[in-house]
Write a protein that binds this ligand. Structure first.
Ligand SMILES: [Zn+2]
Ligand SMILES: [Zn+2]
Ligand SMILES: [Zn+2]
Length: 397
């Protein structure tokens, strides 16, 4: 089933302390898997929940807006006034009400080894504990021969535009596991998301890297291995394992192992527990990850996602009143794409997310003949920026 937003979506359900009793995960059907349902009336405009998809969001944001941001949580590091000065090109630009700017430079911290910036000591610590110890380049930050820099340079040379930093997201995932105490469990958790067939994975990689994808994937795998190889994770560095990891990141714009749930799981991992309690907690987490596969796209969504706090906090907001028992659905399609014919919508969803939509709108239009008129075909050829779609989820912020 399509992963993408639904994974992020469900992460906070009863998990990371920000759980809302307004929603629950429920089984829908074997074809559709699980979905997210309202347990009480949610009014139009209400925030259903807030989620922090750590890693991927950051990379996408950095690619979209080249502003200085906390390397961990994305919060801007530049004061509003500086921002205005930079954007207007007027160094003397003054903003009234400076007290309304929440950027607090006194709190900023950098990694003492590589100087990467964080908004606070908390973020610096969280990054160090989760992945940065493995990824910190130290003084080699700008050394083109540093293995991580070589990897990024190779990625840039292949240049798949909207996902400029996917490769570093993969690096963060590997680093997270490398730093974790119980690596096997992390490998198991991630592998639950790698549920596509080899053919489906190839399709995704082809889509991301273009026609020369096989050679390029192999090239990246070599550099990735050089930069990050570890025996315990050897399966991720094999051609098959690397392709899976790549496909996983490629189809999950918001990232999976990188949300508040992953942080919570990470904290659980570090707990000193009696073997019996450990087993119980592990079983709970394994089940939880299984429960998370919710397919909650709809061409007529009743909720939308946005980033109103100007950091990585993802808000899920009701677009209309949602009654108890109703499934909460967002859309993987932007509003223009949603206006298109069922045929066109299905084409986009099938190619980018590998599933067939059976939302109410699609079901209602199922009896209509497939629109394959020449007009529609032409419109598709011209009007569809094929490669731009995968990374588009974040662009309507
Ligand atoms: Zn931060
Ligand atoms: Zn560092
Ligand atoms: Zn649909």
């Amino acid at each position: 089933m399509a992963a993408s937003m639904c994974d992020v979506f469900s992460f906070c359900v009863g998990v990371a302390g920000q759980a809302r009793s307004a929603v629950e995960v429920r089984f829908v059907s074997s074809a559709k898997g699980k979905g997210l349902f309202a347990t009480q009336l949610i009014r139009k405009g209400e925030t259903i929940f807030v989620e922090r998809p750590l890693v991927a969001a950051q990379f996408l944001w950095n690619a979209l807006y080249r502003y200085r941001a906390c390397d961990h949580c994305l919060r801007a590091l530049e004061k509003a006034e500086e921002n205005a000065q930079r954007l207007t090109g007027k160094p003397g630009q003054v903003l009234p009400h400076p007290e309304l700017c929440t950027v607090c430079k006194d709190l900023h911290q950098n990694c003492p080894h590589c100087q990467v910036m964080y908004c606070s000591a908390e973020c610096q610590l969280a990054a160090a504990e989760q992945y940065h110890r493995v990824l910190c380049p130290g003084p080699s930050q700008d050394d083109p021969l540093h293995p991580l820099n070589k990897l990024q340079e190779a990625w840039r040379s292949i240049h798949y535009p909207p996902e400029t930093a996917s490769i570093m997201l993969m690096a963060r995932m590997v680093a997270t596991v490398k730093q974790a105490k119980d690596k096997d469990r992390w490998i198991r958790l991630f592998s639950q998301f790698c549920n596509k067939t080899a053919n489906e994975e190839e399709e995704i990689v082809h889509k991301l890297l273009g026609d020369k994808f096989k050679g390029q994937l192999e090239f990246l795998r070599k550099l990735f291995t050089e930069a990050l190889y570890e025996e315990a994770l050897s399966q991720w560095f094999t051609p098959d394992g690397f392709r899976s990891l790549f496909a996983l990141v490629g189809t999950n714009g918001q990232g999976i192992g990188t949300s508040s749930l992953s942080q919570w799981v990470h904290a659980c991992d570090a707990l000193e527990l009696k073997p019996q309690d450990r087993e119980q907690l592990d079983a709970f987490i394994d089940q939880l990850y299984k429960d998370i596969e919710a397919g909650n796209h709809s061409c007529v969504p009743n909720a939308e996602t946005s980033f109103p706090e100007n950091n990585f906090l993802l808000h899920v907001t009701a677009l209309e009143d949602i009654k108890p028992g109703e499934e909460i659905c967002i859309s993987y399609l932007d509003c223009c794409q949603r206006e298109r014919s069922r045929h066109s919508r299905h084409k986009i969803l099938r190619e980018n997310y590998l599933f067939v939509c059976s939302c109410p709108k699609c079901l209602a239009e199922a009896d209509e003949p497939n629109v394959t008129s020449e007009e529609e075909e032409e419109e598709e050829e011209e009007g569809e920026p094929e490669d731009a779609e995968l990374g588009d989820e974040m662009t309507d912020v």
